[in-house]
Write a protein that binds this ligand. Structure first.
Ligand code: SF4
Length: 281
């Protein structure tokens, strides 16, 4: 059985930056002994979060849970009010917001101030989208289907942005419809290049192999998109797993080529374990 790994897979630079920031804090903290927290899991990968916890980095759900210490903002970013609360409570914030996400936050803030209605193409419950919405008074229309767009009235001014991990095909399809719902429309394709690279190379690889294994957290948005894309090419032989122990070994027999890709929050050691296990079959 031949294993081929996608050209672009695994940690993106935004996630790497967040992880390095967290470990830098742990190292710098050895003398001061301040508690270190992340606001939400640092990345959408339980195995990596467990490792960070072993190093003393605790996950909190809200700033109310702490009165001092250091709180790391993850790559998804947060609403403006989180910075305000931290300032009031004198909590030390370490900001690991990905620059791609920061760019979207700045766009929605700027265009909201110019009088535009903001539309975010994305998942309304995803922390990145919740955070972006918090930079335009939580007044954005968040859409992820054509039905969601029907609920938006005809508008004077509309500014469209998209969650960094959405697929380009969804962005193009929904923007087409949205453009007919306002007089003045500005749009920004804010899908990040790391996501685009991973999606394109996953599709290319899925066309080439018999089976696709997508490695990544079940709650990771960009991993879920990779699964969808691979299923478009290999509907019956795409498998989403979190760790090597979940490899569907009994279903891989008889195939010659296996493609492996991984979400932007999947650590290299997990990908390596998966490859090693397939090679051992
Ligand atoms: S997926 Fe893109 S936006 Fe998200 S952290 Fe990685 S580089 Fe940044």
């Amino acid at each position: 059985m031949k294993v081929i790994v996608a050209n672009h897979s695994g940690f993106c630079f935004g996630v790497e930056k967040a992880i390095h920031t967290a470990f830098d804090e742990v190292n710098n903290n050895s003398n001061i002994k301040r508690d270190i927290y992340t606001l939400g899991p640092l990345i959408h990968n339980q195995q990596a979060v467990n490792k960070l916890e072993n190093d003393g980095i605790k996950v909190i759900g809200h700033l109310n849970e702490v009165s001092d210490g250091t709180v790391i903002i993850r790559s998804h970013g947060v609403s403006k009010n989180i910075y305000d609360i931290a300032y009031e409570k004198k909590i030390n914030l370490v900001d690991a917001t990905c620059p791609f996400v920061r760019k979207i936050q700045n766009i929605v803030k700027e265009y909201k101030e110019k009088g535009y209605n903001i539309v975010i193409i994305g998942n309304p419950d995803h922390p990145e989208v919740v955070g972006i919405n918090g930079w335009c008074n939580n007044e954005a229309y968040v859409v992820k289907t054509e039905d969601d767009i029907e609920k938006i009235p005809f508008l004077d001014k509309m500014c469209i942005v998209v969650q960094t991990t959405m697929s380009t095909s969804l962005y193009l399809k929904l923007t087409d419809i949205l453009e007919k719902k306002a007089i003045d429309v500005v749009k920004f394709n804010t899908i990040c290049s790391a996501t685009r690279d991973r999606q394109e190379s996953a599709r290319d690889l899925a066309k080439e192999v018999d089976v696709m294994i997508v490695v990544g957290g079940y709650h990771s948005s960009n991993t879920q998109k990779l699964v969808e894309i691979c299923k478009e090419e290999k509907p019956n032989t795409t498998f989403h797993i979190e760790t090597a122990s979940e490899l569907p070994i009994n279903l891989l027999g008889g195939y010659e080529t296996v493609g492996v890709t991984a979400g932007a929050s999947t650590p290299k050691w997990i990908i390596d374990e998966v490859i090693e296990k397939i090679n051992s079959l």
